[in-house]
Design a protein around this ligand. Structure first.
Ligand code: FMN
Length: 199
């Protein structure tokens, strides 16, 4: 079966070996991210996702500060591996920080009390949808990316450094850049174990 969207989904992979040379402008990437997030769905069309894009030196600052944060808690003997990993992120061209606006979630909980327990869950789901859209859109431009989760460890310095409102909750960091090495093969479990079709 051939379907353009499925091909795009297949084209999105986790790329760890990233470089900082980009064949498109920062403006182009920023617009791509905006469009991908804007056109992703959210519960009640609440548009809870917030995004900060860091390019170049700002991106490097994110990973330098992450490294220093980790240095304080990772045992010295195993820090070399941590450092190598963080340096590989810093070697990319930029990072996209995904947040969810907790004020909007709280407002929805108050307004629609019957669904109160669901709004935080739907907020997380909306964030995941926005992340997939951005990741896939980048892949279409031949820009590699990986998804990282150093929150909540890095929340304080991120908030301070980039003036993040206290009601924005950091959910993920997407590192992107030129693709130095493609992803390897991926294993898939049997469809029979995942899908049931009745007709
Ligand atoms: C919700 C979620 C959380 C993930 N967290 C991380 C992470 O913290 N670090 C990381 O390197 N990869 C992370 N990944 C990437 C997965 O490991 C990766 O998507 C998976 O192994 C499939 O490989 P693919 O992305 O190449 O298709 C995450 C993916 C998802 C969907």
């Amino acid at each position: 079966m051939s379907n353009a969207f499925i091909e795009m989904l297949k084209n999105r992979r986790t790329i760890y070996n990233l470089g900082d040379s980009l064949s498109v402008s920062h403006d182009h990437i920023s617009q791509l991210v905006k469009d991908a997030v804007k056109h992703s769905p959210s519960s009640f069309n609440s548009q809870t996702s917030r995004v900060v894009i860091l390019f170049g030196e700002q991106h490097k600052k994110l990973w330098d500060l992450t490294k220093e944060t980790l240095r304080a808690i990772v045992p010295a003997g195993s820090f070399a591996a941590t450092e190598q990993k963080i340096d590989s992120f810093a070697a990319g061209a930029g990072s996209i920080l995904f947040f969810e606006d907790l004020n909007v979630v709280k407002g929805l909980q108050e307004k629609f009390a019957a669904y109160a327990d669901n709004f935080p869950i739907w907020s997380e789901q909306s964030s995941g949808m926005a992340q997939l859209a951005v990741w896939s859109a980048l892949a279409e431009e031949n820009i590699g990316a990986s998804l990282q989760h150093y929150n909540p460890l890095i929340d304080n310095f991120v908030a301070k450094e980039w003036h993040i409102p206290e009601h924005w909750l950091l959910r993920a960091q997407m590192v992107f850049g030129s693709i130095n090495a493609p992803a390897g093969d991926k294993d898939f479990m049997d469809d029979e174990q995942r899908f049931r079709i009745y007709q």
